[in-house]
Write a protein that binds this ligand. Structure first.
Ligand code: CA
Length: 232
C-alpha cells in the first residue's frame, strides 16, 4: 500500500504543486485547507505523514500539531512543518510542539520529497526499503550501489559515506568540521581541507557533463546536497 500524505495548506498553488510531485513519486495524497479540517481529515484518513503549514486559517499549524499529539490515534504520525518564517526561535517552537522536521519556504519539490522519505524511513525503519533518493540520485544501501538517472556511479568508501550523509539530510548545510565528525568519526584526525578533496571527487563522479551540480558550496559555511530550481 502506498503511503498516504496529508497536505495541510490554505494556498491552493502550493497544494497543487505538492500533490503533483508526491503523486508522481508514488504517494497517495489527501489535503485540508484549514486547521480544523486538518484534525478531521487526520482522524478519518489516518495518514502516514502530515505536511503541515504554519500559517493556517482557524487554527495555526503549531496548534494543530499540539492537538494531533494529544490524541492516541495521531500521537505518532510523522509531521513536517512548512514555514515561511526563517527565524530560529520559530523553528525551535515548531519542533517543540511535536513536529519531526521543518522545511522553510520557498522549498524545492525534490528537497521536500527527500525529507518526506527520510522522515517516513525514520518512523518505520523496518518496513521501508533500504534506498535513499534525491531527485535523479538513488542509493541502494544493501547493494552498496549508486545511480544517477540510469547511469551507475562508482564511489570510493569515503565518497559513499559522504553522499549517504547528504542523502539522509537533504538541503541541510554541513560545515567541514561537522562532516569530519560524522563521516570520518570524532576520533580521526584529518585536516578540514581533506573534506574539500573528497567533495571534489564526489562531484566529479556524480556530475556528468549534462547534469546539474547537486552539491552546493556555501561560502565560509560548508556543503549541502541541494539542487537548483527552488520554488520562488
Ligand atoms: Ca498558509
Amino acid at each position: 500500500m502506498k503511503p498516504l500524505i496529508l497536505i495541510v495548506e490554505d494556498e491552493a498553488p502550493i497544494v497543487t504543486l505538492l500533490r503533483y510531485n508526491l503523486e508522481r513519486e508514488g504517494f497517495r495524497v489527501a489535503d485540508a485547507g484549514d486547521g480544523e479540517e486538518a484534525l478531521l481529515v487526520a482522524a478519518e484518513r489516518k495518514p502516514d505523514l502530515i505536511l503541515l503549514d504554519w500559517m493556517l486559517p482557524l487554527l495555526s499549524g503549531i496548534e494543530v500539531c499540539r492537538r494531533l499529539r494529544r490524541v492516541p490515534d495521531t500521537k505518532n504520525v510523522p509531521i513536517i512543518m512548512l514555514t515561511a518564517r526563517g527565524e530560529e526561535g520559530d523553528r525551535i517552537r515548531g519542533l517543540n510542539s511535536g513536529a519531526d522536521d521543518y522545511v522553510t519556504k520557498p522549498f524545492s519539490p525534490s528537497e521536500l520529497i527527500a525529507r518526506v522519505r527520510a522522515v517516513l524511513r525514520r518512523a518505520r525503519p523496518s518496513t521501508e526499503d533500504e534506498m535513499l533518493h534525491y531527485g535523479d540520485l538513488h542509493m541502494d544501501l544493501a547493494a552498496h550501489r549508486v545511480k544517477r538517472s540510469e547511469r551507475d556511479i562508482h564511489l570510493g568508501p569515503t565518497e559513499f559515506r559522504l553522499l549517504r550523509h547528504f542523502l539522509e539530510h537533504p538541503g541541510r548545510v554541513f560545515s567541514r568540521e561537522q562532516l569530519l565528525d560524522t563521516v570520518w568519526g570524532p576520533d580521526v584526525y584529518v585536516e578540514p581541507r581533506t573534506v574539500d578533496v573528497h567533495i571534489r571527487r564526489l562531484r566529479k563522479a556524480l556530475n556528468a557533463e549534462q547534469d546539474d551540480d547537486v552539491i552546493r558550496t556555501v561560502r565560509s559555511a560548508g556543503y549541502a546536497l541541494d539542487a537548483a530550481g527552488a520554488l520562488a
